[in-house]
Design a protein around this ligand. Structure first.
Ligand code: ADP
Length: 271
């Protein structure tokens, strides 16, 4: 991890073609830390698919940090630091932040984690372009990439239903999705994930979760992030996962696909 954040930082500072060759040379150094370490996974998927929800649950189960670059961007935005105005304009238009800024935020986050003894990670929202995937590949080994998939009309509804508690930071979703396919095809039911009563009056909506901006983010995903799926598919690292429904239905199936047992879930079920 120490190596990963240092290398990401040097990647952030070195965006010239001449630096590309040097970056490739760094991979040998990074390989040292793949011998004995925690998992290094990536979650891909369109806005609203549930990357944050599933990556966060898995990170608790596997014992590695869940690092969402969207959260890092929002923290920076809220900090009213020198970048916040610039970031607000980009994010609220649904556009991508520059690689340089993202690398800088990510390497700082990894560095903070390292001082707390963290190792391994589940990345959510990074890499989002083939360029970012190449940089990541140049600095460390990714073991597995989970590609979460859901139909586009449902994604929009899910984004519009997202709510966050401004006090506890909990993420909820008020959308109740019930797609009836007809023609004998299986429908899809995703119950809302409602907040507890004490969060109800403190719910906020992300500024970029408006219909116009979500549509723009979906377009950008299709243009710039979809090729990242192919990048990892070619390397045999992509696990495709079609979400069958809401969390109660999808979570056990995702664990099954990942070959992971959730003992706590079983204990809860028994209790
Ligand atoms: N890896 C990244 N590269 C560029 N911009 C990013 C990246 N991660 C997050 N962002 C910025 O932060 C915003 C919110 O990210 P995120 O919470 O991951 O959104 P989404 O719900 O669209 O997956 C993005 O629309 C983008 O502006």
């Amino acid at each position: 991890m120490a190596i990963v954040h240092r290398l990401l930082r040097s990647a952030a500072a070195a965006f010239s073609p001449a630096a590309a060759a040097a970056r490739r040379g760094l991979s040998a150094l990074a390989a040292e830390q793949t011998l004995e370490r925690n998992v290094q996974w990536v979650f891909l998927g369109c806005p609203g698919v549930g990357k944050g929800t599933y990556a966060s649950r898995l990170s608790q189960l596997v014992g590695v940090p869940h690092i969402a670059t969207g959260d890092l961007v929002r923290e920076e935005l809220a900090s009213s630091g020198p970048l916040s105005q610039q970031l607000a304009e980009i994010v609220n238009q649904g556009k991508l932040v520059s690689d340089e800024i993202i690398m800088d935020l990510l390497s700082k986050r990894l560095e903070r984690g390292e001082t707390k003894g963290e190792s391994g990670f589940i990345l959510d929202g990074f890499p989002r372009t083939v360029g970012q995937a190449e940089i990541l590949e140049g600095v460390t080994e990714i073991d597995l990439v989970v590609n979460l998939k859901l139909r586009e009309d449902v994604l929009l509804e899910k984004c519009l239903g997202r709510r966050t508690c401004s006090q506890c930071g909990g993420n909820f979703n008020i959308a109740s999705i019930n797609v009836d396919e007809g023609n004998g095809k299986p429908g899809m039911y995703m119950p809302p994930l409602l907040p507890p009563a004490n969060c109800m009056s403190k719910l906020i909506i992300r500024a970029d979760d408006t219909e116009e901006v979500v549509k723009k983010r979906l377009d950008i995903y299709n243009e710039l992030s979809r090729p990242v799926e192919e990048f990892y598919r070619k390397r045999g690292k992509l696990l495709e996962f079609d979400l069958p429904g809401g969390i109660p239905e999808s979570w056990p199936k995702l664990l099954q696909a990942l070959n992971i047992e959730d003992h706590e879930d079983k204990q809860c079920a028994v209790a």
